[in-house]
Design a protein around this ligand. Structure first.
Ligand code: PEP
Ligand code: MN
Length: 336
């Protein structure tokens, strides 16, 4: 970290500031230029509050040279992390295909889709039981019953399962769930992230609708700092000025995240586009850009889906996607 001091310095205050930094274990490099005096701080500055330092009257500007996340940083963990969720292994070179409905609607629906997607290449089953909906009048998910139906489908089809948590009070229901999703709307629910950091469950952390890559990594940091190393990142599109698609898929986030962090990265082209016909081309782009997997919404009858039917693939369309993605994997880019 670099601290640029104000031209007019109060010697007593400066000495006090330097002593305070040294007491915290930092080595200080002092450089007196013609117009500026600069302090270079050497040591782990991740826990230093830059706002607090900026507020000192002797300080003109504070600049971080190192990223503010340590646990998620590839610099301190050069090897890509491999994270297992049941039989699905993320980050080890294998490509994972998570598929299933936006929401679990009935036992027949989830079990039928699970069988169909497993047969055509899915390695994990998705399905929402607790649904974050914009309207309080829209279908909110089957909640506890939905989790039970997902666990039943897991047993019937022998696929590991992922579903979204919206509040930490729901955690006891997730015992038999292989991976817990933190949705885009909860990416910065810091209390939820802290609590999940105290579990050992794999966490699928989706990028917030208007969040930067660094903010996503800082949210992952909350979980990692609590002792849970099992975090998988998900790019799911961000809000831009473009109304043609539900969101704008940030393909470049994949190699950027993979170069900044050792955590696996998957892509959700369903929520990114909101349109079923765009899911295949965006899946191919994600696979080519080096993603470790995809999470795709599939419904046995998209027109009658209680949630997100417009972006849901039929099992037949998913089968075609699965084949096409596997065909291009040998040509995909690897950032690390
Ligand atoms: C979902 O995956 O069901 C979902 C709601 O996604 P997101 O949080 O990315 O909108
Ligand atoms: Mn959905």
């Amino acid at each position: 970290m670099i601290v640029i001091l104000n031209e007019e310095q109060n010697e007593k205050q400066l000495k006090h500031f330097i002593d305070w930094l040294k007491n915290q274990g930092f080595e200080i490099h002092f450089s007196q230029g013609k117009s500026h005096t600069i302090l270079g701080l050497v040591g782990d500055t991740t826990k230093l509050d830059t706002d607090l330092i900026s507020a000192l009257s002797i300080v003109k500007e504070v600049k971080r040279v190192q990223e503010p996340y340590k646990n998620a940083n590839r610099k301190f963990h050069p090897q890509s992390s491999i994270i297992s969720a049941g039989s699905a292994e993320f980050g080890g070179g294998a490509f994972q295909l998570i598929a299933g409905p936006c929401s679990i609607e009935s036992s027949e629906q989830i079990t039928q889709i699970a069988h169909d997607v497993k047969r055509t290449g899915a390695t994990m089953l998705r399905g929402g039981a607790f649904k974050p909906r914009t309207s309080p009048y829209a279908f909110q998910g089957l909640r506890d019953e939905g989790i039970q139906l997902l666990v039943d489908a897991k047993k019937a089809c022998e696929l590991p399962v992922v579903t979204e948590i919206m509040d930490i009070s729901q955690l006891p229901l997730f015992d038999e769930i292989d991976m817990i999703q933190v949705g885009a709307r909860n990416m910065q629910n810091f209390e939820l992230l802290k609590e999940l950091g105290h579990t050992k469950k794999p966490i699928l952390l989706k990028r917030g609708l208007s969040n930067t890559i660094e903010e996503l990594l800082m949210s992952a940091e909350y979980i990692l700092a609590g002792g849970n190393n099992n975090v998988i990142l998900c790019e799911r599109g961000i809000r831009t000025f473009e109304p043609h698609t539900r969101n704008t898929l940030d393909i470049s986030a994949i190699p950027v995240l993979k170069s900044l962090s050792h955590l696996p990265v998957i892509v959700d082209p369903s929520h990114a586009t909101g349109i079923a016909s765009l899911v295949l081309p965006m899946s191919l782009a994600a696979a080519a850009a080096g993603a470790d997997g995809l999470i795709i919404e599939v419904h046995n009858d998209p027109e009658k889906a209680l949630c997100d039917g417009k972006q849901s693939l039929t099992p037949e369309q998913f089968a075609a996607l699965s084949g096409a993605v596997h065909d291009i994997l040998p040509f995909s880019f690897h950032a690390s």
